[in-house]
Design a binder for this molecule. Sequence first.
Ligand code: GLU
Length: 297
Amino acid sequence: MRTRFAPSPTGPLHLGHAYAAILAHDMARQSGGEFLLRIEDIDQSRARPEWEEAILDDLHWLGLSWETPVLRQSDNLSAYASALDTLWAGDLLYPCSCTRRDIEAALIAPQEDASVTGPDGPVYPGTCRGRHCGGLPCSLMPRPEDRHLRLDIGAALGYLDHRVDAPDHGSCGLAFLETGPAHAGDVFTSGNDFETRIGDVVLARRDMETSYHLSVVIDDAAQGITHVTRGDDLFAATAIHVLLQRLLGLSTPIYHHHRLIRDAAGKRLAKRDDARSIGKYRDEGASPADIRAMVGL
Ligand code: GLU
């Protein structure tokens, strides 16, 4: 068993992160496996070395230990570029110039269906979908106004359906589970919700040359992660990750989606909620055992 914790150094570690990290760590330790750490710093406009330092310090303080070296995503951009090339050659990507405002405007146009929220916000209405390059070698984002590379979900599902060597891909539909632990196998059980509830997600942004979805899939495979523990809020994202693994011929880890840690008002914790940061609790004299107790471990 090999598990990981993959924080983004864009803010302090809070109780929700501590819960995910401790779960993954303990799961590995209890089975004699390995626990890895990965710094997810592809968004260089928000990542800060001082947050990375503070996160490592909090994790050490919590009593966690991990294998070295620690993978930093900003050092791995060539691996993401090569995955994009593979998807591009399969004619599964297209360049997109839509701004957030363009998407919102398209979604309120009378001919469009009511907007649905997917894992990354409103489901993309497909405005730029006609801009495939037929997999021909060409610049991935040819026009200066191109902002993103999107995965054509319909083409991706068709590609898997027509690939004779696709192992056990089933119908590639998507069953949403509301809460609780889920196995990746549950993600692809029935229906065609994928196109309507997830849509053509962004796989690369011009300013970071990759995306969370692409990088996390490449790195979990590169690091040989067998079990991923993450919050219930990432359940729809997991569906994208399983789809990408199938498209790229990567193996799928077992996903355990855990409950979210909420504040007293029931609101899920966010990085900006400094009040719940581990550093704050440490300053107030809490012990690592207190933190475990606070998250119900
Ligand atoms: N960097 C992501 C986060 O902090 C990792 C989530 C995951 O893939 O498990 O939310």
